[in-house]
Structures are given as C-alpha cells and as structure tokens.
Write a protein that binds this ligand. Structure first.
Ligand code: KG4
Ligand code: ZN
Length: 358
C-alpha cells in the first residue's frame, strides 16, 4: 500500500509518500518534503497561530507537489502546467490512499491540511485516513528502523512533544490505554519556556541539549517534579518557577552559567520522564518501550532511557525514532496510517484541535 501523508498541525508543513511491503515490518519512505515557518516564529519568540496558518496556506501545495514528484524520482520544474499533469498521473496511478493529521493542533493550521486532503481524496476517489498527530509520533519508530523488528506488545509509549506529555499502554495496534500525562506544561514547553528566560531562541530544546553537553561535573541541580509520586503523572510548571527564581537571583548570567542551568534543567526533566516510563513498564509487564515526539530527539533522554531500562528491566528493547523523524513531519503520519488503514467516511473527517488520547 502506498500513501500520500499530510501534516499541518502547527508550524511545519509536511507531505510524504510512504509504503509498506507485506514481508517487511518497517515502513519505507519514498519521499518526505518539509517546509517550516520557524524563522518567522523566532522573531515573535513563539508561535502566533494566525501567522502559522497563513504560512501553511503558502507552503501546502509546493510541499505536496515536491512529495508526489519525489516519490517517482522527479523534481518540481518551473513549468506549473507540466508539474500539475505529472502530479495528477502520480496521484491517479500510484497512490492508494491519502492520510492527514486531523488533531490535536492549531485549528487554522489543521484546517489547511484536512481540507486539502479531503479535496484530493474526493477528486481522485481515494480513501482518506485521519491520523492523530500524537500517536503518529510513536509510529515514527517504524520508519526505516532496524529496532522496529523488536517492538512487541504490550508496549509502553512515551509521547513527549511541544504541547503534550503522555504515557500509553498499547496491547495491539488498535488498542491502547492512557496511563498518565502532564498536569500542566508539556516537557517540550518546559524546555522552550526556560530557554526563553535564558535568552535562547525558539524552540530552545535543541540548544539546551547542546549546551548541557558542555558540563562535565554538575554542581547545580533543580528538583525533578513528581519524581517519587505514586502515579504516572508529570508536572513541569514548578520547574519553570524554580529556574526563574534562580535566574532572578543572579547578578550576571555568563555563558558558562547558562550552560549549567541548561544541564540542570535537562536533567530535572529527563530524570522524571525516564523514572515514570520505567514505573509504567514494570507495572504493566511491558515488552518494549517506544518513545516519540520532538523531545525524543534529546540526546540525554536517549542515553538515560537506554541505561536505566537496562539496569532495572534487563534486555527489553527501547525504541527511539531516527532523530530526523522525531519532530513533526509527514512521514510519521503516513507510517501510522499504514498500520491503521480504515475504512473511514471522508465526510466525517474534520479538524479537531482538542483531540484527546483518553
Ligand atoms: O513534536 P514536535 O516537533 O512538535 C509538537 O508536536 O509539539 O516537538 C517540538 C518540541 C519543542 O518543544 C522542542 O523544543 C522540542 O520538541 N525538542 C527538543 C529537542 N529537539 C526538539 N527538546 C529537547 N531536546 C531536543 N534535542
Ligand atoms: Zn508533534
């Protein structure tokens, strides 16, 4: 099955053509095209939803055209009419279904992708597969991945993105249970908000990751919120306040000091993510741990999750997506759709900004 997948939940416009051969467990990417309005959001220190939606409108067609042509080893030309005809042929002859993120996300951004996908599905008479953006983050692990061979049910899924932090128990591709999540800020949001206090540009997660690596011996520590609580919940807004108070007390903030704060922040966030994931895995006899979402690109999270799971659970596999598929992209949406083809009624598919996992 070959799918054109579209992602427009926030500030990235993604389109990919993906397929899965029956005898192969993992997903193959034929093309993966991505545009981002990040540069614009850096100037405002965060995402203004109206701006993000306008940028989606600008990028959606060029990104889909690039993905469709890329899937047959062609590139867009300067001749719009010629490209239009070539895309029409690809869509008609080699695409079996169209997948699209329908939530959660920013309503204006989601509408651009959902309405484009519905129109293409209707005009070309293809099935439409609505995809939950958060679940797709976990299925990014199935892309071109050796590790995917070893994902077995039941598995614990940890979703750590800019807007969400959730722990799920999967007993099959179609059955999952929400075990816990953040009570306030998401893990990525904590990285971004603390980074902003330190004068780092948006999104701050990747820079905090880089700066933290410079600290060999750490003296500064922040409290890891809810580390020892009896549930599977998270809370990161208190950490933000703790860092803010600490920063306000400093007379100066030299670069080395910023590196130290980045290290302590990252450790406080990662320690609780790892501890609660292992707690969930032990409680539910999980056979695999699967991590996804933008924060799954974090190198310390990757290192500590592997190390601590080995210490506490022995050789159960831990799977992270290839770093380029950790953050938002169309390929992950396609990967999820390949495992959940439907059928779905095209006219029932609507953008759902508040789509929940519970
Ligand atoms: O999943 P994603 O691309 O978008 C959402 O669905 O929200 O996640 C974006 C988040 C941002 O908060 C960003 O700071 C964080 O992922 N992020 C990281 C790293 N790379 C991206 N956080 C920590 N370390 C990283 N290396
Ligand atoms: Zn995301």
């Amino acid at each position: 099955m070959r799918i054109l997948a579209i992602e427009t939940s926030c500030d990235e416009t993604g389109a990919a053509v993906v397929e899965k051969e029956a005898n192969k467990p993992s997903v193959t990417i034929l093309s993966n095209s991505l545009a981002t309005s990040l540069a614009l959001h850096k100037t405002t220190g965060g995402i203004i939803p109206e701006n993000a939606a306008r940028e989606q409108v600008k990028y959606i067609l060029p990104v889909i055209i690039e993905a469709l042509l890329g899937s047959v080893n062609q590139k867009p030309s300067d001749d719009f009419k010629k490209d239009q005809e070539r895309c029409r042929v690809v869509l008609r002859d080699s695409i079996d279904a169209i997948a699209v993120t329908y939530g959660p996300g920013l309503i204006g951004s989601l509408l651009v992708g959902v309405e484009t996908a519905k129109t293409l599905a209707y005009v070309f008479d293809k099935p439409l597969i609505p995809v939950n953006h958060l679940l797709a983050h976990l299925y990014a692990n199935t892309i071109d991945s050796e590790a995917y061979q070893s994902i077995t049910f039941p598995f614990i899924g940890l979703i750590v993105s800019g807007g969400h932090t959730d722990l799920l128990l999967f007993t099959s591709h179609d059955t999952f249970q929400w075990l816990g999540g953040t009570r306030d800020d998401a893990a990525g949001e904590a990285f971004d908000k603390i980074g902003r206090m330190l004068g780092l540009s948006y999104p701050a997660g990747p820079e905090i990751d880089k700066r933290a690596k410079k600290i060999v011996k750490a003296d500064l520590l922040f409290k890891s919120p809810l580390l020892h609580s009896d549930d599977l919940d998270f809370s990161f807004s208190g950490l933000k306040t703790e860092v803010m108070r600490f920063v306000q007390k400093q007379k100066k903030l030299p670069e080395e000091h910023i590196d130290e704060i980045c290290h302590a922040t990252q450790k406080a966030i990662v320690d609780v993510l790892v501890a609660k994931t292992i707690k969930a895995a032990l409680e539910h006899n999980a056979k695999t741990i699967v991590v996804g979402g933008g924060v799954s690109a974090n190198s310390y999270l990757r290192e500590m999750m592997n190390k601590k799971v080995k210490e506490k659970m022995g050789d159960i596999p831990v799977s992270f997506p290839l770093p380029k598929y950790s953050t938002d992209n169309g390929a992950a949406i396609g990967a999820y759709a390949l495992f959940h083809p439907g059928p779905h009624d095209i006219f029932q598919v609507t953008a759902q900004p508040e789509l929940y996992l519970t």
